[in-house]
Ligand binder design. Structure first.
Ligand code: BGC
Length: 451
């Protein structure tokens, strides 16, 4: 069995909007994702997350599934509009009480809570004031962080600021596949800067509130050119800069990859953004291949996201013999590559935690034996953990690995068809069934060297 170093932390990850449901209950305000899902044509099969996995009501059972696997850390996110329905100002006591109960339940079960402040569900009230294009939103997030650390800081020691700024900015601000679907193209860059500033301000607020460790969760992926053609090489470098380094260089180097952009941001912002972190979270799913657009070639439908024409780069399919049922290429070595690349690019890189990794397979519900057999998920996770071990062998300081996800959930624009969970959720009854991968994960954790 694969052995990770003593003290290595195994975890499971989720996000509020994808599992909680209770979308308008007990004082919760609407988020941009409630608004987006209500718009016809945005989500596969017209699904929404009004109920999701109903975790809001079933969290005690869910904590049982997490804890009984021997999971060390549970990464979840707070719903900002559940805590502050208007985004700022009046606190919703019911919302805070829910997270208070969840944290106590986890601690009693021996699981360390690792919450994320913001996983894409911006309060609609703030979007109405310009959302992430408005600098005030960065300060609103810091105030929200202060509310949470004030209430939970006596029990929660590890905090994550924002989840995957690059994915939200790309799909929701530059393109239109995710909320708030603004389609601003490169005009989305101010929103990126404001999320980064929000991250820096939240680090300050969390530290002021006594947080023991603070990190961020970033999606990273190796980007390779489709050929040696210099035009492809240049297009790939540009794409990697925009989607990876624009979001990590400010945090880890205190500058943007583009010196002109660095010069254009308000003085002092980059110092705030680059405050030291205790850990750096890496979410990894698959690599990307880029070519310079070929005259007359139709890129429509190459990826699940439609990239507008006229850009100086085009994502093309990654060559791979194996794919998940979501169509994503299975390339475990990409995880080793990106971890090594991050270490080489950032001499001051703090210890890394892989805060998300997992795969959607459509294995169906429990069979006659009452089990959900998901051998491809086990193989996927095993191979990616092997990739983490390889990065550790190459000297990267990786301290933990969290599976995305604890349970089947609402996969954003793809709705409920895509199933990433270690625990199966029946869409009609919402009954939970531990998949074979859950038992595999439990046995893997039990078989690790004692710390
Ligand atoms: C996100 C998750 C999402 C997962 C699988 C990440 O981009 O943080 O919310 O469900 O990938 O797509």
């Amino acid at each position: 069995m694969l052995q990770l170093p003593a003290g290595f932390r195994f975890g499971m990850s989720t996000a509020a909007f994808q599992i909680e449901g209770a979308a308008a209950l007990d004082g919760k305000g609407p988020s941009i994702w409630d608004t987006f899902t209500a718009r016809p044509g945005t989500i596969r099969h017209g699904e929404d997350a009004a109920v999701a996995a109903d975790h809001y009501h079933r969290y005690v059972e869910d904590v049982g599934h997490i804890a009984e696997a021997g999971t060390h850390d549970y990464r979840f996110s707070f719903s900002w509009p559940r805590v502050l329905p208007g985004g700022r100002g009046q606190v919703n006591g019911n919302g805070l009480d829910f997270y208070d109960r969840l944290v106590d339940e986890l601690l009693t079960a021996g699981v360390r809570p690792v919450p994320t402040l913001y996983h894409w569900d911006l309060p609609q009230a703030l979007e109405d004031e310009g959302g992430w294009m408005n600098r005030d939103t960065s300060y609103a997030l810091a105030d929200y962080a202060a509310v949470l650390v004030d209430r939970l800081g006596d029990r929660v020691r590890d905090w994550i600021t924002l989840n995957e700024m690059n994915v939200q900015i790309l799909y929701g601000y530059a393109l239109t596949d995710h909320a708030p679907a603004l389609g601003l193209g490169l005009g989305a860059l101010p929103a990126a800067h404001h999320q980064l500033l929000a991250h820096g301000l939240a680090v300050q607020a969390l530290r002021a509130g006594g947080a023991a460790t603070v990190g961020v969760a970033s999606q990273h992926f190796p980007v390779s050119p489709a050929s040696d053609d210099p035009a492809d090489v240049e297009a790939a470098a540009l794409f990697a800069g925009l989607t990876n380094w624009t979001f990590s260089d400010p945090i880890l180097l205190g500058e943007y990859p583009d010196p002109e952009f660095t010069a254009s941001v308000p003085a002092g912002d980059l110092e705030i953004i680059s405050a030291p972190l205790d850990f750096y979270g890496v979410n990894y799913y698959e690599p990307t291949r880029i070519e310079a657009p070929r005259e007359g070639k139709d890129y429509h439908g190459v990826l699940e996201v439609d990239v507008p024409s006229g850009l100086p780069f085009s994502p093309v399919a990654v060559e791979s013999d194996e794919r998940t049922d979501f169509g994503w290429a299975i390339v475990p070595s990409g995880l080793t590559d990106i971890l090594v690349t991050l270490r080489d690019r950032y001499p001051g890189l703090p210890p890394v935690v892989v805060t998300e990794n997992g795969a959607s397979f459509h294995d169906g519900g429990p069979g006659p034996d009452g089990r959900v057999h998901d051998p491809r998920r086990i193989a996927f996770l095993e191979a990616h953990l092997g990739a983490v071990a390889a990065a550790i062998d190459k000297g990267v300081d990786v301290r933990g690995y969290y599976v995305w996800s604890a349970l089947d959930n609402f996969e954003w624009a793809a709705g409920y068809d895509e199933r990433f969970g270690l625990v199966h959720v029946d869409r009609d009854t919402l009954d939970r069934t531990r998949k074979d991968s859950w038992f595999w994960f439990r046995d893997l954790i039990a078989g690790q060297p004692r710390s």
